[in-house]
Design a protein around this ligand. Structure first.
Ligand code: N01
Length: 530
């Protein structure tokens, strides 16, 4: 049987893959999308844990490529819930008739570049083999779940859930006792909701985390009308901000402000809620002393909220605020005032083992009915390295990246021609509002494919020199901020054995955009087009 051929294969049908498909069609390229899940939505398809919501405000966490789409869709809350975002993803799939080119429940297992035909052969777990000129990965940065290697995990007799792969039918914890491992964003969102249902909840904390209340609320018609009347303006303002989010940013130094100015600014931001807290001063992620003023403020809030001083102390993070991704919560600290909620510190000694009825730590057995792993992801590279990519000379991506990911602009990889990585390592991605960052990448890639076609060329490939230059730049900019200093998933520290490299580009969205545009203007500078 003749192999099916496409101009492009896209891997993943989350927000990146969906828009990529739409854009490819618009430009007259044939495309097939492969998606592991049974439906579209990516992150929002898998992360169905209780309390899951986006920490970017909904009116900003949405596509802007079609004004009609953003005008007709109505968000109901300031921070949209996972079900609402998934409904939006499905609405987009219907509106642009995307499903007919998506193969669901199909995993890409291998992609091999053939240097004689300048094409990729893509293989799936269903035994399909198709040929494509271009391969575009759209697998998300946080999609490969991290199941910790704790002894005895398979021995647990009750159900075990991972927040990143939650049962579609939901889980009712009413009358149950639950153990949660982890205190990252997923845990901080789910713990208050699980505590409302469960009869007993024990949280195992290795590192205390900073969180700022969401102050979530329904969106009024008046608010929605005002944003919709100025959507263009808001998006343009966002593009000028490092994280591509339209928020108030105060460039002043925290340490140069008076005690009173600082308190006022932090209190205002605390009352507003969420990630804009970090915009209180311009040097919070540049200067230890400045950062410490924000740390102290948040630790004070924890002491004000948590009744038991010992529990408050345990819940108080000791590291740099904003170094790990800041969490956004609804009622997290107060949950630990409930008599049926217990906190166990596993920082000094790791969990010994999971047992049939719970887990053992420091010789003590903790018993519960259900185990929740809120243990995060093999971020940024995990999903890419699950696929056996073979570039020029049959070289494997996992070998090329043995010392950490190397890309040109986070979009392409030297030695892997015609392969593009939407929000790949080395791009601003997870440090920005993902939706507009995805759109920028999709549009850049689509224009690039069009440029290759119009030149009558067959191959585009980053040069080693351009890639090396970009990798150096990403590393040197990372070194300027406090963010690269702690053991976070940004540097791969949560995965034993993963090379420690600050993976996203921290130079800010405006600088990145300028660079991407300059590359195009200079005739695809840093690329060999043949
Ligand atoms: O994962 P995490 P996440 N023993 O890696 C602990 C995005 N997101 O799923 O810090 C004991 O942050 C680990 O401990 P430590 C967002 O970008 C967004 O919560 O490594 N503990 C940590 O506490 C976020 O940053 C939203 O010491 C173990 C936790 O598990 C990213 O996803 C919502 C352990 C993992 O935290 C990841 O968040 C949710 C072990 N063996 C997620 N192994 C929103 O939009 C791991 N841990 C709001």
């Amino acid at each position: 049987m003749a192999q099916e051929r496409f101009d492009a294969v896209v891997i993943g049908a989350g927000f990146a893959g969906m828009y990529m498909l739409h854009k490819l069609r618009q430009k007259g390229f044939s495309a097939r999308v492969y998606e592991t899940g049974r439906g579209v939505g990516g992150t929002w398809y898998w992360n169905r844990y209780p309390g899951a919501r986006c920490d970017v405000e909904s009116m900003q966490y949405s596509y802007q490529f079609d004004d009609q789409l953003q005008q007709e869709w109505d968000w109901t809350e300031r921070y949209a819930t996972q079900p609402e975002i998934l409904r939006y993803a499905n609405h987009v799939a219907d509106r642009y008739d995307l499903r007919k080119d998506i193969s669901f429940e199909t995993k890409v297992t291998k992609a091999t570049f053939d240097e004689s035909s300048n094409t990729w052969t893509v293989e799936t777990d269903r035994g399909e083999r198709v040929v494509a000129t271009f391969v575009i990965t759209a697998m998300g940065c946080l999609s490969s779940v991290n199941t910790p290697k704790i002894e005895g995990l398979a021995d647990f007799k009750g159900p075990t859930y991972h927040t990143g792969n939650w049962p579609h039918e939901g889980v009712d914890f009413t009358g149950r006792t639950v153990g949660v491992i982890g205190t990252g964003s997923s845990a901080i969102q789910s713990i208050p909701v699980i505590a409302e249902q469960a009869k007993g909840l024990t949280v195992f904390q290795r590192t205390a985390n900073y969180t700022v209340p969401a102050n979530n609320q329904p969106l009024t018609d008046e608010y929605k009308r005002a944003i919709k009347a100025d959507y263009k303006g808001m998006r343009a303002r966002a593009r000028k901000m490092p994280a591509n989010i339209d928020l108030k940013f105060n460039p002043a130094s925290a340490i140069e402000a008076t005690e009173e100015e600082r308190r006022k600014s932090y209190e205002e931001r605390w009352a507003y809620g969420g990630i804009p807290f970090m915009g209180a001063f311009g040097d919070l992620l540049l200067n230890d002393a400045s950062n410490k003023t924000a740390q102290d403020f948040v630790r004070g809030k924890i002491r004000d909220t948590v009744i038991d001083p010992q529990v408050a102390e345990l819940l108080s993070p000791k590291n740099i605020i904003g170094c790990k991704r800041l969490c956004v919560d609804t009622g997290y600290w107060a949950t630990f005032n409930k008599p049926h909620v217990k906190l166990v510190d596993v920082s000094a000694e790791p969990i010994e083992r999971v047992t049939a009825t719970g887990l053992r730590h420091k010789g003590k057995d903790y018993v519960f009915d259900d185990l929740v792993l809120a243990t995060g992801f093999d971020a940024m590279t995990g999903a890419l390295l699950r696929i056996d990519f073979r570039g020029r000379g049959g070289r494997q991506l996992k070998d090329r990246w043995a010392e950490g990911p190397k890309t040109y602009l986070g979009l392409t990889i030297a030695g892997f021609p015609n392969l593009f990585t939407i929000t790949g390592p080395g791009s601003p991605s997870v440090l920005t509002n993902m939706l507009p960052s995805i759109e920028q990448h999709v549009e850049w890639i689509a224009d690039c494919l069009e440029a290759v076609r119009s030149r009558g060329a067959k191959v585009i490939e980053a040069t080693e020199a351009a890639q090396e230059g970009w990798v150096q730049h990403v590393g040197s900019v990372a070194g300027l901020t406090l963010r690269s200093t702690c053991s976070s998933w940004y540097v791969g520290a949560n995965i034993p054995g993963k090379p420690r490299v600050f993976m996203p580009y921290i130079g800010g969205f405006p600088a990145y955009l300028e660079r991407c545009e300059a590359v195009v203007k200079n005739g695809y500078e840093g690329f060999a087009v043949a």
